[in-house]
Write a protein of this length. Structure first.
Length: 546
């Protein structure tokens, strides 16, 4: 008779002399410990994060704390509503359908009134990002195309085959810009967020097909928040990797060390939204190949600038399908592709990946149903407007406009570096220039620039602001006006570096100091609520009288 293996001998010795109930208890305890350890390892959030959330959840149940929080939240919510009421002062607020429809002239008059609402002159380049060109002829071509196709729906391919053709052509043109081959494919989406969600969905489902039940994505701390949204929607866990504080690019070695059996996707930005710096996509591609994990390149913001930079005479590192590890790329046609808002592309190296993006239902009584993106019915007019824009602008003009944007961005960057009290974060790769200060509260300067009519983007962890240079900023005098206002604001802050920050910008500074991030989340939810708030007539009278 063969001798028992050593592990079995050890187990027998462990249970030797034990009562049955003790054996059952020890076995059950061991199983429960293994299950607990497994759930701990596979949890979507780290132990530290969960403990912190649980502590603050408990703290908020203390009556005096709960009362103080409720009072403050009610005050904040009221302030948001008052801001909306002031913005809409003197404007007709409609809560019900008109008894009889307005005539076309009345409708358009109200539309013009609504477009004119707001404190910033976006048509004259006073806004960071948001509107990427102010060319009337480009807008006319896009809007004419939309008006012809506004009621089309590419879901019905047999009814609107021309819309499907235009979508396929937009995708193929984008693939060629990013040096993809004939195997590359993709879809048009409604924007960068949907493109990112689709990429995460595709690679989550690819992981499922390989037996990974709890996939994880690895992202830089500077990656767009749409990846967090994707994780919330899709049940993914997120491993966040810090960036180098000098270069503001992801720590590649830490990405490498974070890869494990659960990894379904690693991500790099080209460039990132906060600082406009580009992660080392070449190094990330090498890691992707070495570990056989997909690499997604998020080029939503600057992709349609970076694609033309070399032709425009400006260096940009390789970040696209020329790198073997790049599995997918997201890029927004409604930014520097100059199409109307509502289009982006998600591109894949091979069809297998795109298949995992699709949603297909085969048992529905309404028939077999399949859709490529989040939406079922889609706006054919937006696809047509995007296609028309790309056809009208053409490569030569894209290169020219890219040159103008990059030259303006580099000029702003170089001049900001010379301003006493300011520093530029990292090395901007495309059109975003981010800056901060070690001498004064940068949000104080942002507040002063706001009073001069500039709408800039606030950054946190660390504090900063950025300007996303668009083609509107390339027009004569706009960049110089921005630089002079920035010099004046910085000089004022240097003279009185202890002056408190007031107004909207004060919120950004305070928010960073709040340890309980759920409170910041609640404040943000109230702000979003205010976007849907319609003041009543008595509220407008009350606010105006105050």
């Amino acid at each position: 008779m063969s001798e028992r293996p050593q592990p079995l001998k050890a187990i027998n010795r462990l249970f030797e002399g034990k009562e049955p109930w003790q054996i059952v208890t020890m076995t059950a305890s061991s199983v429960l410990a293994i299950v607990w350890a497994h759930s701990l390892y596979n949890a979507k959030e780290s132990v530290t994060t969960r403990l912190r959330k649980e502590f603050f959840r408990w703290l908020r149940q203390v009556p005096i704390v709960r009362r103080k929080i409720d009072e403050k939240m009610a005050e904040i919510n009221s302030d948001f509503r008052k801001d909306v009421t002031k913005r809409l002062a003197g404007v007709t607020v409609r809560r019900e359908l008109p008894e009889t429809g307005l005539d076309p002239e009345q409708v358009m008059e109200e539309v013009r009134d609504h477009v004119a609402l707001g404190a910033y002159d976006w048509q004259n380049g006073s806004v960071s990002g948001a509107v990427y060109h102010v060319s009337q002829e480009i807008s006319k071509v896009a809007c004419d195309a939309y008006s012809l196709t506004a009621y089309t729906n590419p879901l019905h391919a047999d009814v609107f085959p021309g819309i499907n053709k235009m979508e396929a052509e937009v995708v193929r043109m984008a693939i060629n810009l990013f040096h993809g081959d004939d195997d590359c494919c993709g879809t048009v989406t409604t924007g960068g967020t949907e493109s990112i969600i689709m990429a995460c969905k595709a690679f989550r489902d690819l992981a499922y097909s390989k037996g990974i039940s709890n996939p994880q994505i690895i992202v830089p701390s500077t990656v767009h928040s749409a990846f967090d949204k994707a994780a919330q929607y899709l049940g993914l866990s997120v491993k966040t990797i810090p960036v180098n504080p000098d270069t503001m690019t992801v720590d590649v070695e830490k990405v490498k060390r974070a890869i494990g059996r659960r990894t379904c996707l690693i991500v790099g930005s080209a460039p990132n939204y906060p600082y406009g710096t580009m992660d080392d996509i070449i190094a990330l591609s090498d890691i992707a190949v070495e570990y056989d994990v997909p690499l997604h390149v998020d080029a939503c913001l600057g992709g349609f600038v970076a694609a033309f930079m070399n032709d425009a005479g400006h260096h940009v590192p390789v970040f696209d399908f020329r790198l073997p590890g790049v599995s997918s790329i997201s890029a927004d046609t409604h930014k520097y592709g100059f199409a109307p808002k509502g289009t982006s592309v998600i591109l894949y190296r091979k069809q297998e990946y795109r298949h995992h993006q699709y949603t297909v239902t085969t048992e529905w009584p309404g028939g077999v149903y399949g859709s490529p993106t989040v939406n079922g019915s889609r706006a054919g007019g937006l696809i047509a407007a995007c296609w028309a824009t790309m056809m009208y602008v053409g490569k030569a003009r894209y290169v020219q406009m890219t040159d103008e944007v990059i030259r303006t961005a580099r000029h702003i960057e170089n001049e900001v570096r010379k301003i006493p009290g300011l520093f530029v974060f990292g090395k901007p790769a495309t059109s975003v220039v981010a800056f901060g200060s070690n001498k004064f509260d940068i949000f104080k300067m942002a507040e002063l620039l706001h009073k001069k009519g500039w709408s800039l983007n606030a950054l946190q962890f660390p504090s900063g602001i950025h300007i996303c240079v668009t083609h509107a900023h390339t027009h004569a005098g706009i960049a110089e006006r921005f630089l002079q206002d920035t010099r004046d604001a910085a000089a004022a802050c240097m003279k009185d570096s202890n002056a408190p920050v007031e107004g909207k910008m004060a919120i950004y500074g305070v928010a960073q100091e709040i340890s309980d991030r759920s409170l910041v989340s609640d404040i943000t939810k109230y702000f979003i609520d205010s976007m849907y708030y319609l003041p009543k007539e008595e509220d407008q009278v009350k606010t105006n009288s105050n």
